[in-house]
Design a binder for this molecule. Structure first.
Ligand code: DQA
Length: 147
């Protein structure tokens, strides 16, 4: 059997993780997050593709690629696109695998415009407020349920 695959998508401004509003998002960098996820995936025998973009279309293209290459699950922190992007929702709706939405901060404790998520209309699971550990929890859930 070929190796199961998971894609991790990070939306706009998450390239600044560790330096941007550390009181909200913590001090871990995006590389720290991705390296920890790669290590966990490797140990479990999964292939992992981690991708960050500040551009909506690039995130959508990566979702389309995951749809075609046999990826079993997507972990996505759409960042600000969470609250605005019908296009990302539509792309995820065309993906047949599992989708887990992750937010580092507890968006429900913050401004009201962060309380609505288009992506939650598609997500199989939503994790918010666990800091960067939320990504690890999402990957554990995927590995344990075998996709
Ligand atoms: C975020 C929450 C969003 O509201 C915000 O725009 C982000 C990050 C989070 O991880 O907590 O950029 O998705």
């Amino acid at each position: 059997m070929s190796q199961p695959k998971v894609t991790v998508l990070h939306g706009p401004n998450l390239n600044l993780l560790g330096v941007r509003q550390p009181d909200v998002y913590g001090y871990e960098t995006l590389d720290d997050v991705n390296n920890a996820l790669r290590e966990k995936a490797l140990m479990a025998g999964w292939a992992i593709n981690c991708f960050q973009s500040n551009h909506e279309g690039e995130l959508i293209d990566t979702i389309h690629a995951a749809r075609l290459d046999g990826t079993l699950a997507i972990i996505i922190n759409p960042a600000a696109y969470t609250h605005t992007s019908v296009a990302i929702l539509d792309a995820l709706n065309a993906f047949e695998g599992k989708v887990i939405e992750v937010h580092i901060s507890n968006v429900h404790k913050r401004e009201s415009f962060r309380h609505h998520s288009y992506v939650s209309l598609r997500a199989d699971g939503v994790i918010a407020g666990l800091g960067t550990q939320g990504y690890q929890v999402a990957l554990d859930a995927i590995i344990e349920s075998d996709g």
